[in-house]
Write a protein that binds this ligand. Structure first.
Ligand code: FE2
Length: 181
């Protein structure tokens, strides 16, 4: 009952083979579920799409039901991504270089983990000579502003999807269905 032991150890099996676990909802999930996706780290599976003159975005996932989108943001040399206001939750992990926000006192280097929440506005900068690459898992709208705090545009899952599909169309690249879940 309640005294069932909770293990803090590694899982019990190290067998290097597929184990067919019992699934009470197998039929239901086959009819109503969806499959996971995989996008390899190469230009064929998802190209770097220009995002201004000093940045590019490598799109990884679009989920229109939850307004979720994932990508790698590459800022190629020291520079700024304009001030933006979040209406959803953001998770980021730095892969290369370093990055910080003008509003905070920390510097994120490879392995550094960042969470952002609705209601935050901030200005992303890199001062690293080789810029930065950041993995992001993002939800909800991001409102971008110019240096005079005038609203510029809203980026959400539709904006990011359009950014990807427009580039593919203009460059005769196939749309990778693995980006859509
Ligand atoms: Fe942000």
């Amino acid at each position: 009952m309640l005294n069932k032991k909770i293990s803090s150890d590694a899982p019990p099996s190290t067998a290097f083979r597929i184990v067919d676990v019992p699934d009470p909802y197998k039929d239901l999930s086959a009819r109503r579920g969806t499959e996971g996706t995989f996008v390899g780290y190469n230009d064929e599976e998802s190209p770097w799409v220009p995002f201004g003159e000093n940045a590019a975005i490598r799109h990884l996932a679009f989920d229109v039901r939850n307004n979720i989108y994932s990508n790698i943001l590459w800022i190629k040399k020291p520079g700024v991504i304009g001030t933006h206001y979040h209406r959803g939750k953001i998770i980021m992990l730095v892969l290369e270089g370093s990055v910080r926000y003008l509003e905070y006192d920390w510097l994120a280097t490879p392995g550094g983990f960042i969470q952002e929440v609705p209601g935050e506005a901030h200005t992303l900068v890199t001062e690293h000579p080789e810029g930065t690459k950041i993995f992001g898992w993002m939800q909800g709208a991001i409102d971008f502003y110019d240096e005079d705090a005038t609203f510029a545009f809203t980026a959400d899952v539709w904006w990011f999807m359009n950014h990807y599909e427009t580039y593919c169309r203009e460059n005769n690249l196939p749309i990778n269905e693995q980006l859509y879940i």
